[in-house]
Design a protein around this ligand. Structure first.
Ligand code: CS2
Ligand code: MG
Length: 408
């Protein structure tokens, strides 16, 4: 089965998405997500100019060989652009293999290890009443696990507070904002560290001790600040504290781990297994936050989870709205098959996105399931996609009170 075409489709329904569509000489097609929030066009060029031409004529059934060829022949390894491009090829070839075998991809990965994937949603609010309303809204949608993000007194705008829709349609909270320059936000860690424990105390008082609660620190603390926060949140029994400190320096998590038993999740901005090596080997984290789209696809996601299984580290795959329905489906198939599944992030895409990407996955009573259609179970309506041309959009960045650029 030979590859005869590799087309890159850029569309921007509720946000920008980059999708690779591979076609074989037997008429089978496969989709892969290559969306890199704020740097989409870099991946478009990497795919169109340096990957697609090399795919034509290759055997579509040779997924691992194609992955290794693209990873090693490029010489310059790793990085989000390279790995998003390779991820799209990998996902598309798994999609094709599933269609050729007439099986959903999770069956090719060893079959289901559970009935469904526990999902968590994003509750947020600039005040406790607004936060409580948001938690209740997510519980009414069926979520059994909730991520909690709030405003911080004295800060004008902050990551993770869902922008309310102005059009009345279900808003598709998306940190990136359309425009030619990133929006600037403010930040103050000490205000945040003082405020957050009071929020979780109030949430536990309102919603009880059982509801799994998650929080995303979004890379903003030093290791000792992260240690302090993890310790201060212990009475509220979080499911996880995410991205508590920038993790390029994996050793930083040794200090955090010495001070707190709050479970730690890291890795949404990682793009190869090597980024996780010390974190897993030294059990410095409890959950792997990788996403198929930024991590080289399904193949390496399965590999890193098999490595993690040796250290009782579980999955917590990244599932925001800037992972397309194709990328989300891909990691659902991995999550269903592996034994060491933890939880799946599920922000829910907007109506326009769902019209562009026809999906077969389901969200029922708090659990996701990729469905049993052959392949990944997602199809792309190219005509509908054509209605939404790319619009430049950037994630915000932030500065401290003295003007210093900080980690957003
Ligand atoms: C966040 C993401 O979902 C999360 O855990 O960290 O929404 C992140 O801000 C975006 O993916 C950035 O593009
Ligand atoms: Mg995050």
């Amino acid at each position: 089965m030979k590859i005869v075409a590799a087309d890159v489709v850029v569309t921007s329904p509720n946000r920008n998405f980059v999708t690779l569509k591979i076609t074989t000489d037997e008429g089978l097609t496969g989709l892969g997500d290559a969306t890199l929030n704020g740097r989409e066009l870099a991946v478009v060029s990497y795919l169109r100019d340096h990957v697609a031409p090399l795919l034509i004529g290759r055997d579509a059934s040779r997924i691992e060989d194609t992955w290794q060829f693209l990873y090693r022949s490029g010489y310059w390894r790793r990085g989000p652009v390279t790995m998003a491009a390779i991820a799209a090829v990998d996902m598309a070839l798994w999609d094709i293999k599933g269609k050729a075998a007439e099986m959903p991809v999770y069956q090719l990965l060893g079959g289901a290890s559970r009935d469904g994937l526990m999902a968590y949603g994003h509750a947020s609010g600039t005040s406790l009443p607004a936060l409580f309303d948001s938690i209740r809204e997510h519980q009414e949608q069926g979520y059994r696990s909730i991520r909690v993000q709030t405003g911080v007194p004295g800060l004008k705008s902050i990551y993770g507070i869902a922008a309310q829709s102005t059009t009345g349609e279900r808003y598709d909270h998306e940190p990136a904002q359309r425009g030619a320059y990133p929006a600037e936000e403010d930040w103050d860690t000490r205000s945040y560290l003082r405020h957050l424990p009071t929020v979780f105390e109030a949430v536990r008082h309102e919603f009880g001790p059982d509801l799994p609660l998650l929080h995303d620190g979004h890379h903003r603390m030093t290791p000792i600040q992260a240690a302090r926060l993890g310790k201060s949140l212990e009475p509220y029994d979080l499911f996880w504290l995410e991205d508590c400190t920038p993790a390029e320096n994996q050793e930083a998590l040794r200090l955090v781990r010495q001070h707190t038993t709050t479970p730690l999740a890291i890795g949404e901005i990682f793009n190869t297994v090597w980024d996780f090596q010390a974190l897993i080997k030294e059990q410095l984290i409890d959950y792997v936050r990788a996403a198929s789209t930024h991590f080289g696809g399904i193949s390496p996601l399965r590999k890193v989870m098999d490595y993690a299984a040796q250290y009782q580290v579980k999955s917590g795959f990244h599932g925001p709205t800037d992972i397309s329905p194709v990328g989300l489906a891909a990691q659902m198939h991995v999550g269903l098959a592996i034994h060491n599944f933890g939880i799946q992030e599920y922000m829910q895409h907007g109506a326009k996105t769902n019209a562009v990407f026809q999906q077969s996955f389901t969200f029922t009573d708090g659990y996701l399931h990729p469905g049993d259609k052959p392949g990944l179970g997602v199809e792309l309506d190219v005509d509908e996609a054509g209605r939404y041309p790319y619009e430049v959009a950037y994630l915000p960045y932030n500065r401290l009170a003295d003007g210093t650029v900080h980690d957003w």
